[in-house]
Design a protein around this ligand. Sequence first.
Ligand code: ZN
Length: 314
Amino acid sequence: MPDFLKSLTWSVNWIKRRSLETSQAPCALGSCTGSQSRRWQRLAPRATGTFLQDAFYCRPQCLETALIGQLARLHGVVPSPLPPNRIPLGLLMVARGKLTHLEVRAALEAQRRARYGKIGDWIEKLGFATEHEVTTALALQWGCPVASSINLTTTGSPGNIPLPILEAFQMLPLNYVTSSNTLYVACGERVDHAAFYAIERILDCRTQPCVSSRKDIARQLDSMRQLPRPSDVEFGPMNDLAEMASIAASYTARLTPDQVRLSRVGRFIWLRLDVRSKTRAHFTNLVFRLATDARPGPFTRPFRDLRAATTTQP
Ligand SMILES: [Zn+2]
């Protein structure tokens, strides 16, 4: 794992908070038998206790119950439609003297006839502007700086965000600044602030979007697809909430993570399981790709069946 991302997996503040809460806080599950859990915590504060979204759950059973609730909530989220671009790219480039109205009309007409491609692509293809000029206009459109270059050999591999999510949003982590706990992420098409918010919650850091060449980002993602990513496990497309809960519970039971964070990112539910002990320090990303016709709905199987399923998964 690259150095600049190491602190994401284990922040000092989180360690302090965790040790404090483990020794003082009761189990966050309301139905947990309080006296038993407190006695259990005194006897074995780390054996299987886990933080889920910063709330402590004393036993695997408590964690599973909370996980199921969280997954149901995220599964039921209806992603809000993407907001329209602030200013159409063509008009913005006209205003900056990079294009004429006639050129914008020609690019729009070519896009309409072809029925594919971004307007920026057609502006480039027709020779009206360079890729750099289009990227600069995109950055203005989204109010972000332009990333001058993408060189992962100096910034390390962006191993913390699962590849399916990077591909879906055409984004690429560029650099992590420890002093400000900020992850810089380049976008090639648009800046989805909801996705950035979800990334911040899971990685427990701040994010700063910037804009870079769409082609460069697509090339980098292509090359990343060829590399093994043992920390990412992808499931789906799926729409079975009980199955998702079963898989998640199976992994938490097997890995006994110290911290679990999860969030909805577009059509994905992303869980990050962090393990840190004297002998182990690693993370696992579980990514559930929701089916396009995913609809929020209740569990179709009785809870006891679901719990039984969670104990039989590998
Ligand atoms: Zn409990």
